[in-house]
Unconditional design. Structure first.
Length: 271
């Protein structure tokens, strides 16, 4: 059964900000990490001081990069209060002045045309694409840019939660779908490129950390604590089962080799 947009959003909101997810996936919770974010921001060519919204900011790694390295005036929002609390702490420690707000991409608390750029990394796959894009366009200034990256999949993939949520696979786009819908949402694509290698690097990081965490949990007798992710099925409560974990990652890598999973990055101009 294909999950509803509300079910996907609830799942992802529960993940972001969870300390075990941060331990496993790091602070940049999308394939390609900050390397993909840096390229998107570089391609945007926003002037220092321009206003940027990081929609669905998670732990705020991309927002901090935009504020510190690109000298942008950054607002950031997310539906997860726990993620935002952590993001605010990390931003303060880094000396990044970012205005964080709790908000859904479907109901942004900003005026029309407020931003020269909007960054949305692995966020539209967690909600209604049509409504989310309409709201992002509303807050993007005419002539501004949408910086978007997300996972694509040729079919519903059998990856259990919460790993599917961490990898943005829960509501992945069809190949070509992202490019198709941007035009009707009021954007013109200027540049787009494949970032599928970022999925492989994320897999390497996840597999190494999950294996280590599973080994520590087995040795310390704390496996049962790893299942405390709410209503995510059996998910990480099976993290100590090395054969299960290995099989899961082998299956995802096979899908990558066959081109059934990909990652797309796009810079689109608001028209």
């Amino acid at each position: 059964m294909t999950p509803t947009a509300s079910a996907i959003a609830a799942c992802c909101a529960g993940l972001y900000g969870h300390p075990i997810v941060e331990l496993i996936a790091g602070q940049s919770l999308h394939p390609g990490g900050l390397a993909t974010t840096r390229r998107l921001l570089g391609e945007a060519r926003l002037s220092p001081g321009a206003r940027l919204l990081d929609a669905g900011c998670g732990l705020g790694a991309s927002a901090r990069l935009a504020a510190i390295e690109f000298e942008l005036r950054v607002d950031a929002c997310d539906v997860s209060a726990s993620a935002l609390s952590r993001a605010a702490t990390l931003a303060e420690s880094a000396g990044a002045g970012i205005d964080f707000r709790t908000a859904s991409v479907l109901d942004l608390p900003y005026p029309r045309g407020a931003f020269a750029g909007v960054l949305a990394e692995c966020v539209l796959s967690t909600t209604s694409r049509t409504d989310g894009l309409a709201e992002l366009r509303r807050v993007t200034a005419d002539g501004g840019v949408l910086l978007l990256s997300d996972v694509t999949a040729t079919e519903t993939v059998g990856v259990p939660e919460p790993l599917a949520g961490v990898m943005c696979l829960t509501g992945a786009w069809r190949p070509g779908e992202l490019d198709e819908v941007l035009g009707s949402a009021g954007y013109r694509i200027e540049r787009g490129w494949d970032e599928t290698d970022g999925v492989s690097s994320l897999l390497d990081r996840l597999e190494g950390r999950i294996s280590l965490l599973g080994a520590v949990a087995r040795d310390t007798g704390t496996l049962e604590r790893l299942g405390d992710f709410g209503d995510f099925g059996d998910g990480f409560d099976q993290i100590g089962d090395r054969a299960r974990v290995d099989g899961m990652f082998q299956g995802i890598r096979q899908m990558l080799r066959e081109g059934r999973i990909g990652y797309r990055a796009v810079v689109a101009r608001a028209i």
